[in-house]
Write a protein that binds this ligand. Structure first.
Ligand code: ADP
Ligand code: MG
Length: 239
């Protein structure tokens, strides 16, 4: 597979704390890449760096085949937060947001919002107030908002952390479908190891701000290169 994102020697510091150090990584076009690691390892910070919400102290991030202008790159990426903001407005307005800021034609917006709601299994609820949705529905609506402008790269920060098993399965199906149907590159942060087994192609293990191992899913589960990876995957690591 073709390389889409290259991260080189990335470092991020907050105050006195080096939150990420020496991160080197390639993300391939159309893959589902999962970052796993315990809470506080730096997963969210890494996703925020990839989306240019944060600026690194050292190192750089390069996108192949995209205009090097940061604004242009950001327009082709989407980040779904762990706890998405739900505007006190209709589902339509919530989902259409990213299209409206891009100045897209009303008819096209209607069509794209409908398509996105279909993909996440919430067809026809455009007029409902978003604040009346259940937790699982709200997360799927936020997912629709993230994919409605067909981003090339979708960054997902623990998208199923607060959901019941049925909604976890739905979100995982949506992730696979988006990748398979649209070829979207997906970068997922999670501490859910069974989820990694179910949907990831490749895996990076983050521990205390360090990317200790990047491997294929099969590799990481059958032959981890680092003893700490093995301990984390087997749930033997105590925090
Ligand atoms: N804006 C911030 N200011 C100061 N410290 C931060 C900030 N954001 C994250 N951190 C710290 O960086 C570390 C990594 O956090 P985070 O990336 O959220 O980890 P994870 O998502 O893996 O749980 C934590 O110690 C956290 O407290
Ligand atoms: Mg996090």
């Amino acid at each position: 597979m073709e390389e889409l994102i290259r991260v080189e020697n990335l470092q991020k510091v907050f105050g006195e704390k080096e939150v990420l150090r020496n991160i080197d990584l390639k993300i391939l076009k159309g893959e589902i890449f999962a970052f796993i690691g315990p809470s506080g390892a730096g997963k969210t910070t890494l996703l925020r760096l990839l989306n240019f919400f944060e600026i690194p102290e050292k190192g750089n991030i390069r996108f192949r085949g995209m205009n090097s202008d940061i604004i242009n790159i950001r327009r082709r990426m989407s980040l779904l937060f762990q706890t998405p903001a739900i505007f006190n407005n209709s589902v339509f307005e919530n989902v259409a947001y990213g299209l409206k800021v891009r100045g897209i034609d009303k008819k096209i917006i209607d069509k794209k919002v409908g398509d996105a709601l279909n993909i996440v299994g919430l067809p026809g609820i455009e007029k409902q107030n978003a604040r009346t949705l259940s937790g699982g529905e709200a997360q799927r609506m936020a997912f629709a908002r993230a994919i409605v402008y067909d981003p090339q790269v979708l960054l997902l920060d623990e998208p199923t952390a607060n959901l019941d098993p049925a909604n976890v399965m739905k979100i995982e199906e949506i992730i696979k479908r988006i990748r398979n149907e649209r070829g979207t590159t997906i970068v997922l942060a999670t501490h859910n190891i069974p989820q990694v087994r179910r949907i990831a192609d490749r895996v990076g293990i983050l521990l205390n701000g360090e990317l200790i191992e990047v491997n294929s899913k099969v590799g990481i589960f059958s032959k981890p290169r680092d003893a700490r990876s093995e301990a984390f995957i087997n749930g033997e690591m105590i925090y």
